[in-house]
Design a protein around this ligand. Structure first.
Ligand SMILES: [Zn+2]
Length: 305
């Protein structure tokens, strides 16, 4: 999917992106703390089953199981030297599991540390890390890229640059925003929605927005959607909310929003101008199925009868 094709696709109608991957892997037996990306070669059937579940729920865009797939991120599992292999396998298994009309987005997540001078990662080195991941995703058959859960605008810029260099494929870039002490929505690094989105567009992202955001309620996501659309101008906006703000129940994080509650905000997000909606932490194929229905109802209500 080229940048022009992405823009045309979301202009025609809003798209449904898939839901959470990590919790689905755990539901299929991945031990907590284990490397989910390793399953792209060790249990490709189980990863493919998750992709197919989201596809059957009605998702148009499916995200590869490579959120923690950069060599820098795989390092903590001692798997840094397998980054290219695991990303290639992830894109290939998603592409093979899904019909041609489903778009496979190659996922790039944060590398898991801080850039210089706060941390030890040099920008030039990070560009190499993300470039390796993006090239492997493209080689495996990813149609476009999605850069997710970013907090640092510089890291996002480097990831966009790496994805841009991996071929003429659309690049989607999203940040995680949370409520700061004064009530404003900011990234963990303190960046406002306006600043963050301006940086992403300047870096060359074809679609911009947000995912995750651990302290946000569903109403907060609607407010975030309005701010994103205002900040993005002509650039289309994507939003992947969590299933509400997690609650601690007997030491376990529980995401409270039901499929019906998630479906209820879909028309509000669309009315705000969002052109692609998915789900982040706590969402399941059931949530996405309910969101598909809500999206379709919204579209058919707009069409002249
Ligand atoms: Zn999330």
């Amino acid at each position: 999917m080229t940048p022009d094709e992405l823009k045309a696709a979301v202009r025609t109608r809003p798209r449904l992106v898939d839901g959470a991957m990590g919790t689905q892997l755990m539901a299929r037996g991945l031990p907590s703390g284990a490397c989910g990306e390793l399953w792209n070669v060790e249990h490709p059937d189980r990863v493919a089953a998750i992709h197919r579940d989201y596809c059957q729920a009605g998702c148009d865009w499916i995200i590869t199981n490579t959120f923690g797939g950069s060599s820098a991120s795989l390092e903590r599992h001692g798997l840094a030297d397998r980054a290219a292999e695991l990303n290639r396998a992830a894109a290939r298994l998603a592409r093979e599991a899904l019909d041609d009309h489903v778009v496979v987005l190659g996922d790039i997540g944060p590398f898991g540390g801080f850039l210089e001078p706060y941390g030890e990662m040099a920008p030039e080195r990070l560009l190499e890390v993300f470039s390796e991941q993006a090239a492997a995703l493209a080689e495996g058959g990813a149609d476009a890229f999605i850069i997710e859960t970013m907090a640092d605008t510089r890291e996002l810029q480097i990831a966009v640059q790496a994805a841009r260099q991996a071929g003429n494929k659309a690049v989607i870039a999203t940040y995680a925003f949370d409520k700061s002490a004064d009530g404003s929505l900011r990234t963990m690094m303190g960046t406002t929605v306006d600043e963050a989105i301006a940086t992403a567009i300047e870096a060359g992202a074809d679609m911009v927005g947000a995912n995750c955001g651990t302290s946000l309620s569903l109403d907060d996501y609607v407010q975030l959607a309005e701010q994103l659309v205002a900040a993005a101008g002509q650039t289309p906006v994507i939003l992947e909310p969590n299933a509400g703000a997690p609650q601690n129940v007997d030491g376990q994080l529980v995401y409270p929003a039901t499929p019906e509650a998630m479906a209820e905000i879909v028309p509000r997000l669309l009315a705000a101008g969002v052109r692609a909606i998915g789900g982040c932490c706590g969402t399941t194929p059931d949530h996405l199925r309910a969101m598909r229905d809500a999206l379709d109802r919204y579209i058919s209500a707009l069409e002249p009868s």
